[in-house]
Write a protein that binds this ligand. Structure first.
Ligand code: BTN
Length: 247
C-alpha cells in the first residue's frame, strides 16, 4: 500500500535502484521515489546496460506489497500499464503497446522499460522512459524511439514523472487489494502481437514458437504452441516471428 509519494531528485547517480536499496536499508516507506537526471550505471533486464543520458526519465519506486511474493512479478505488468496510460495522451496518434513482460512500445519501437528487483523483501520498480533521447543500440537490439518524436506538445520531464507516479500509486494500491485480475483486460487490450505468431527466446539460445494468447492472473504469458497446447511462460524475450519469404 502506498499512502503518499515522496519524490527525491538527484543530478547523477549510478542507478536510482541503488539509491532505493540504500533507502530500504534505512527503513524507507512504500511510495519513496528516487529520480536521477543522469545514471552512470543504469541497468536493464538480463544484466543489460540501460544508457541514461540527460533528457530522459529514470526513477525507482519503493513498494512494500501486502500480497504474497508469488504474485510480485505481476507488478511489472501493472507498471507497464501505468506507463502506457501516461504516454497515450501525449503520443498523438501513435500506437502505444505493451510487449510482455514489461516493455512499452510506440509504433513498435521501445520507448520505456521496467526492471523489477526485490531487495530485503521489498520491491523496487525501476522505470526508464526515453522522453527526449534515443540511446544508440546495436543492430541486434530492439529499435528505440522517444516521446518527443511522437508528440506535438513539449515533453516536460517533471510533469510526465508526476502523472506517471500518481497513476502508478493508484494502480499499485488497486493491485495490492485485488491482484492482477482487474488489470488483465486493459493490459490485453494494449498487448503487442496478440494472436500473432511470436518467438520466445530464453536461457540465451533456446526458443519456442507460438501464438500470444494473453496473460494469466499470476502475470505469466499464455503461449499457444502447435506441439504442446497453451503453455504458461514466466520468462523470456518476445519477438514477432518473421513472415516466411516466398521465393
Ligand atoms: C529494461 O531492460 O527494459 C528495463 C530498464 C529499466 C531502466 C530503469 S532506469 C531507472 C532504474 N534504474 C536502473 O538502473 N534501471 C531502472
Amino acid at each position: 500500500m502506498i499512502t503518499s509519494l515522496s519524490i527525491s531528485v538527484v543530478d547523477e547517480t549510478t542507478s536510482t535502484s541503488d539509491l532505493a536499496r540504500t533507502a530500504i536499508d534505512g527503513g524507507a516507506k512504500s511510495g519513496t521515489v528516487f529520480q536521477a537526471i543522469v545514471q552512470t550505471k543504469g541497468r536493464g533486464r538480463h544484466g543489460r546496460i540501460w544508457h541514461s543520458p540527460k533528457g530522459n526519465l529514470y526513477l525507482s519506486v519503493i513498494f512494500h506489497p501486502s500480497r504474497p511474493q508469488s504474485e510480485w512479478p505481476s507488478v511489472s505488468l501493472v507498471a507497464g500499464l501505468a506507463l502506457a496510460e501516461t504516454l497515450i495522451p501525449q503520443a498523438d496518434r501513435a500506437l502505444v503497446t505493451l510487449k510482455w513482460p514489461n516493455d512499452v512500445l510506440v509504433d513498435d519501437r521501445k520507448i520505456a522499460g521496467v526492471l523489477l528487483e526485490v531487495y530485503k523483501g521489498v520491491v523496487i520498480i525501476g522505470i526508464g522512459v526515453n522522453l527526449a533521447e534515443a540511446p544508440d543500440v546495436d543492430k541486434h537490439s530492439w529499435p528505440v524511439t522517444t516521446l518527443a518524436d511522437h508528440s506535438s506538445h513539449p515533453v516536460l520531464i517533471d510533469q510526465f514523472r508526476d502523472r506517471l507516479c500518481y497513476c502508478l500509486q493508484d494502480y499499485l494500491n488497486h493491485w495490492d487489494k485485488e491482484g492482477l485480475v482487474p488489470f488483465i483486460a486493459p493490459w490485453t487490450d494494449k498487448a503487442a502481437y496478440l494472436n500473432d505468431d511470436i518467438v520466445l527466446r530464453f536461457d540465451k539460445n533456446k526458443e519456442i514458437k507460438g501464438r500470444l494468447k494473453g496473460i494469466n492472473p499470476d502475470g505469466t504469458m499464455q503461449l499457444e504452441t502447435d506441439a504442446d497446447g497453451v503453455l504458461s511462460v514466466s520468462a523470456g524475450d518476445v519477438t514477432r516471428a518473421r513472415p516466411v519469404k516466398i521465393a
